[in-house]
Structure formats: structure tokens, C-alpha cells
Write a protein that binds this ligand. Sequence first.
Ligand SMILES: [Zn+2]
Length: 389
Amino acid sequence: MILTHRIELDPTEKQKEYFRQACGTARFVWNWALAEWDYRYELGANIAASEIKRYFNSIKYEAFPWLENIHRDAHARPFAALGKAWKAYFNGDVEGRPQFKKKGKCRDSFYVACDKFSTRGKTVRLPVIGTVKLREPLRFTGKIQSGTVSREADRWFIAIAVEIPQREVHPPRGEAVGIDLGLATFAALSNGEKVAAPKPLGKGLQKLRRLSRAHSRKQPGSHNCQKTALRLAHCHRRIGNIRRDFLHKFTTRMSKNHAEIFVEDLNVKGMVQNRHLSRAIHDVGWSEMRRQLEYKSHLDGSVVTVRDRFYASSKTCSACGYVMEVLPLSVREWTCPVCQTTHDRNVNAAINLKQNTVGYTGINAWGQEGSGLARPASETGLVEPGTLE
Ligand SMILES: [Zn+2]
């Protein structure tokens, strides 16, 4: 498995200058390749990223002599990245075609191949500029796959991808848990626990809105505009840190304490398109949670199972399997008309996710289709089938 550790760098002014140049180079090459791609497309020629790269390599030092000052990894990588971006576009995985990168408007980064750098304690040795200080040592041991240096406001980071060797792990002892993700509370667990999203997130978001309004009123390119842009970036980073910290603590607790974890397959992409929900979904970072849960459970030996999102986990009584006809979103608590169990909406959904009954599309004891609860009510001991009037 490949894990990435993103570490903040502590570069000297000279090193920062090189980073900026290398990012500029990567951006320049991307734009050059994209223009060439468009040109060839117009001509109806056959286009391959490797073909464009070969052509670029044959002319680059003559056409752009300043490239010699920047390590070649920074100018070699954008071709593969562009090829990938086009592929994603043609496969329908992303909406827009690859765009030209504008200085100050795009993510600044450049690539370093695995054999061109090495880490030692709290330092990393990079091509051309030598040793750069790291804020913390590399967390993972294994074969280094690649490195990407990137800028976030006025800070620099290196993301190091490491191949982790497969080792034997013993699954945690704790019982299975279902996690139902929500908007009001971050998550409800099948054991009844409710996990709230961190409070500072809300305050930070208010500040973010205020700053972005202020930023949009400033004259583009002015000193004031740059100043608010920096403050905005700081605010973004702070919110990102709070969220990351919260998610890491939550996912670690889950993967270390539960042998089996059941989550709902939320169609995050589909929901984000809904304007009202998008804000909240980005805030709680559901997809990030899934990503963390998956790699951590892999390391800790627990198993994550993703349940079908069409499964009526909220409307099905987790005690007897009866499916409610309607259960509006505003109803937070309800009582099953069959077995009289009172449910918290989200905890009930989490229990349903946990119970090994999901994905069942047959007919339950009450003749309801697609109930999801395969276990007949007679086995639950709560109610006999056919007793519902
Ligand atoms: Zn019931």
C-alpha cells in the first residue's frame, strides 16, 4: 500500500527562490504541452503525452535555455499529468477539460522522482539545492515512490509517497460498529454514541466568509489585495488543520477499536452538486474520512465495508425490519409501529449499517420490497409476522 506523508519544509530564502522557479517551470511546461496538444488536435493528428514530451525534449534547451537551471524532473512530469487529466476528462471522471495554469491562480507544485531525493531525520536532500530542513521526520518506513514540493500561501511542503510493506496484523478486539454520517451531528454510531464536528470550525468558516468578501472588494493586484489573499490562505489552512486533526482522531479511534466498520456509500459527488448541502459536506469532510478510514483500517487490521447507498437505512426499523413508508428528514426520533421500539434516526441508521443484513432486496415479513433486513421478524423475537393490522 502507498501512503503519503505531507511535511512542512523550512527552506532558506535561496531555496524558496528555487522552489518558486521550479513551480514556474512546471506551470510553463504544462501550458506549453496543453497548447501543443490543442494545436495537434486541430490538425487532426494522433496525440500522445509521450510523443509531445519527446518533441519538447528535443527542442527545450535550445528554445528555453533557462530550463537548464531547474532539475529535469520539474519539466518532465507535467506531460504525464496532462495525459492523465485528458484521460479523466474523456472517461467522464471530471467535468472540465484540462485548463491553462495561471500564475497565482493555480496550485504551485513540482515533482521530484524517487531516486533524486532522500530523507534523513528532519532533513531532505533535494536535487540542485541540497539539504532542506523538515518540520518533522518522515512518518512511514518503506520504499519511497515520489516527492511533490508544493506551496500553500507562504509555506512550503513536500508530500512523500512511500510504499508500505504488507505485514501481519491482528484485528482489534472491539465489536463491529456502524457509522452513519449526518449534517447536524458529524456521525452517529451503532452503539448510540454521537460525534459532533469541532466547534472552532464554525467560527473559522464565518471568518473565512468575511475575508473572502473583503478580498473580492480589493483592487486586483494591489498591495491590499495581496495582503488579504495571504490572510485568506492562512484562514483556509487553519480550518483545514482543525478538520484534519478532528478526522484523524476519529478515524484512528474507529480503526483501532473495532474489528469491523460499516459505512454508507454516500454519493459525495452527487450531493456536492446540491448547493445547500455542498457547504456542509465539504466542511465535515466525509470523503476525507472515508479515505483515512480505509488506509488506517488496512494498517490496524480492521475491515471497512461500504454499504449500498440506496439501502433504506434510515427508514428500516433496526429491531424488527419493518420499513416506514415515509420518514421526512425533519423527523429525528420515531417509534416503530410494529415493535414499538423508539429510534434516534441516525443511531438506527448506524445499527442498520452494522447488521449483516444490508444489500438484501427481497421481501420482508410484511411483504415489503427491498427492506434490506433479510432476517425475518420471527427470528428477532420481537414480533410475529402477520400480526400487523
Ligand atoms: Zn420495529
